[in-house]
Design a protein. Structure first.
Length: 107
């Protein structure tokens, strides 16, 4: 299954240039993994954020540095998909990202 096509172009905030094609490919890969579990649209990411966060925690059931890095990759892909959404729509994912970011290197 595939995640819906992302039409917008994410801009790197530091350079002002579009993000690298390899980054886009990585994000799409993670979004497609979510699509395999039934989350295949931006609307679903917004409406089902509790399920999505539970799903990520279930798929990556650990708290090592590698586990947290993988969770951050999923969340970064979600931020890519939600680029054109409101801050309120991104907030649950931002809070989750801060939790895995705060634990970075504490193993």
């Amino acid at each position: 299954m595939s995640f819906e096509k992302i039409e917008h172009i994410k801009i790197n905030k530091k350079s002002g240039e579009p993000i690298a094609k390899n980054s886009v490919k990585t994000y799409v890969t993670f979004l497609n993994r979510l699509a395999d579990s039934g989350i295949d649209t931006i609307k679903m990411l917004i409406d089902e954020h509790k399920f999505v966060l539970w799903l990520i925690d279930t798929l990556i059931d650990g708290d090592t540095d590698a586990d947290r890095a993988l969770k951050r990759q999923y969340l970064s892909a979600i931020f890519y998909a939600l680029e054109m959404s409101t801050d309120a729509d991104r907030k649950p994912y931002y809070e989750a990202f801060q939790k895995v970011k705060q634990n970075y290197g504490k193993n």
